[in-house]
Design a binder for this molecule. Structure first.
Ligand code: SF4
Ligand code: SF4
Ligand code: FES
Length: 588
């Protein structure tokens, strides 16, 4: 194990590591543009220059392997001067678009100009002008003037997306990037290049010009787009989700997320929402009501029927806590030991991330006592006919249904089989076929408005965190992440008028109905429900919200082993985001 000295301190290194890896692992941030821990080393930006004793010229830290006794100086006059020269060179033709650039506020070039440049340019000639809006593919736009030719996007396309359609063309200061004109950069991982581009050269069709990053709050959560559960950061401005971006979890998604999740997971939080409970009147029209009346009516209706005539439905979209509460109600009031839920599969598992199971918590729902119906059982070769929802409904014995949030009636077969159901209550966050059919609709929180635990397909437990406020979750009071606008705006500012929905967590609504049915539940917070689960269910033994933290943990049954966690690049990125927020507070 070689020992090296960096800036006077001695460190143990692994054979084969480069100087930048050892430095970042020990909390030192050697500036770098082209190096990325998940890509091959290109060594073409020269930003990571350091002085190495006994070597006459400055060396690039990203491509220089450590050796026993190596002495590295990252802050010597020579290395500082080298970096300043690189910055001056990179800025010669840079357009200084910062006032209109999406990357401003999280841009490595901005940060390094502040930290590692003299602030002076000797270049007085006209800059080289290049194309400003070139579509590289359906989701990614390229601004050639902003590009610093680090080649991260080209290497990502080759090595990760395995679609090698990007390349440099031309020479010298006319160098630029093109995509294969016959194909374009069109794949389900394409938008990751926007995240790893260290400047604002690659922008997203979806996010362009929507918000400045210093006006957004960023919350660590989990993508609900499929059973992978990629770790994400939710960007919110004025209580509206503006974008999702991946964060590193070596046990789940490493540094990436898919375009499907990035583009489809957040619109249901922003749009087409149900706010406040509703009940059908005598004319069959849904009218606004209050939660207690909705719970009372549901309890009264469910009590009218024999236990065998009542169907309680779980949901693979809902959290472990919600499903657990529903199973508990079914057991304590209707004598059922498990409840069914409807699985939602489409397409095939992709090579990298996206799974065919498009729900985030099928395994969690199953462990909580909900059992998937025919399709899921069939796929897993353990079909249990009596538990299939379709068969139950077709038997015409079911007269009343109470369901967690899932638009299962958009399946025409299930809708048809629902004809004989006399009373239907459901939780729903969005307008849907299912919510329109219900006699009582409980407005429930979307995934980004609440706490809760979901389990991915492999058995990795992770926490959802609230990023968007509702009437029941407030920034500040509930420790939600706060942007500069949240901290310093008043209720009368335009940006503070974001829509806060009247929606509650799934288990809380089940508790209302349960207590109307004579049970005496006293959960105050989602965490109370999870603590009970951790106490009672062996797969969750020893877990808590604290132990789950930001990166989750494996189920206690040993089905999945944790990989070592070294999120070195992530830490650098996060510190830059935090810096944005603290700079914001200093300014104001
Ligand atoms: S577009 Fe961005 S990631 Fe690609 S080479 Fe230019 S600066 Fe690097
Ligand atoms: S792979 Fe699944 S969890 Fe990951 S980003 Fe895509 S949809 Fe979301
Ligand atoms: S980070 Fe080392 S040369 Fe670019």
């Amino acid at each position: 194990m070689p020992k090296i000295t960096i800036d006077g301190n001695e460190y143990d290194a692994q054979a084969g590591q480069t100087i930048i890896q050892v430095a970042l692992e020990h909390g030192m941030d050697i500036p770098h543009f082209c190096w990325h821990p998940a890509l091959t080393v290109a060594g073409n930006c020269r930003m990571c220059l350091v002085e190495v004793e006994k070597m006459p010229k400055l060396q690039i830290a990203c491509a220089t392997p450590v050796a026993e006794g190596m002495v590295v100086k990252t802050v010597s006059d020579k290395s500082i001067e080298g970096r300043e020269d690189v910055m001056e060179f990179l800025l010669i033709n840079h357009p200084l678009d910062c006032p209109i650039c999406d990357e401003a506020g999280q841009c490595k070039l901005q940060d390094y100009t502040f930290e590692h440049s003299t602030g002076v340019s000797r270049f007085v000639e006209e800059k080289v002008h290049k194309a400003k809006r070139v579509p590289l593919g359906p989701q990614v736009l390229f601004d050639a003037e902003r590009c610093i030719s680090c080649s991260r996007c080209i290497r990502f396309a080759d090595e990760i997306a395995e679609q090698p359609v990007l390349t440099f063309v031309n020479r010298g200061d006319h160098v630029t990037i093109v995509s294969n004109p016959d194909m374009g950069f069109d794949n389900n991982m394409s938008m990751n290049v926007i995240d790893i581009c260290p400047v604002g050269a690659l922008t997203s069709h979806d996010f362009r010009f929507k918000a400045r990053v210093w006006d957004m709050s960023f919350t660590e959560s989990v993508c609900p787009g499929c059973s992978r559960g990629c770790n994400i950061r939710v960007g919110v401005r004025n209580n509206v989700i503006e974008r999702l971006e991946p964060r590193n979890n070596p046990n789940v998604n490493t540094y990436w997320m898919c375009d499907h999740g990035r583009l489809t997971a957040y619109p249901p939080v922003n749009e087409d929402r149900i706010s406040g409970p509703r009940m059908k009147d005598a004319n069959g029209l849904q009218q606004p009501t209050d939660y207690d009346s909705a719970a009372r009516r549901t309890a009264q209706e469910l009590s009218k029927y024999h236990k065998e005539e009542v169907l309680i439905l779980g949901s693979a979209y809902a959290t472990v806590e919600d499903n657990y509460a529903m199973v508990k109600l079914a057991r304590e009031k209707f004598g059922k030991h498990s409840i069914p839920f409807i699985p939602h599969f489409s397409g095939q598992d992709e090579r990298l991330l996206l799974k065919a199971d498009k729900t985030p918590n099928a395994l969690g729902a199953t462990l909580a006592g909900a059992v998937a119906d025919e399709h899921y059982q069939h796929i897993h070769g353990e079909r249990t006919a009596e538990q299939t929802v379709l068969e139950l409904l077709r038997s015409r014995k079911i007269k009343a249904v109470f369901a967690l949030a899932d638009d299962f009636l958009s399946d025409p077969q299930l809708l048809e089989a629902f004809e004989d159901v006399e009373f239907f209550a459901c939780e729903a966050a969005n307008e849907s076929v299912t919510s329109r059919r219900a006699d009582v609709v409980f407005s429930t929180s979307q995934w980004a408005e609440r706490d809760g635990v979901i389990i991915n397909f492999a058995g990795w437990a992770q926490q959802l965190r609230p990023a968007v406020t509702t009437e029941y979750y407030m920034r500040g009071r509930d420790l939600l992440h706060m942007s500069r606008l949240d901290r310093f705006g008043s209720p009368y500012d335009n940006w503070a008028r974001g829509n806060k929905r009247d929606a509650r967590e799934g288990w809380r609504l089940v508790q209302l109905v349960s207590n109307e049915l004579g049970l005496d539940w006293k959960y105050l917070h989602t965490e109370n429900v999870f603590d009970e689960i951790a106490e009672l269910l062996p797969e969750f033994k020893g877990m808590s919200y604290e132990s789950l933290g930001n990166l989750g943990q494996p189920l206690a049954d040993g089905r999945v082993k944790a990989a070592p966690i070294k999120p070195i690049y992530e830490e650098v990125y996060q510190s830059s985001t935090e810096r944005i927020e603290s700079v914001g507070s200093v300014i104001l």
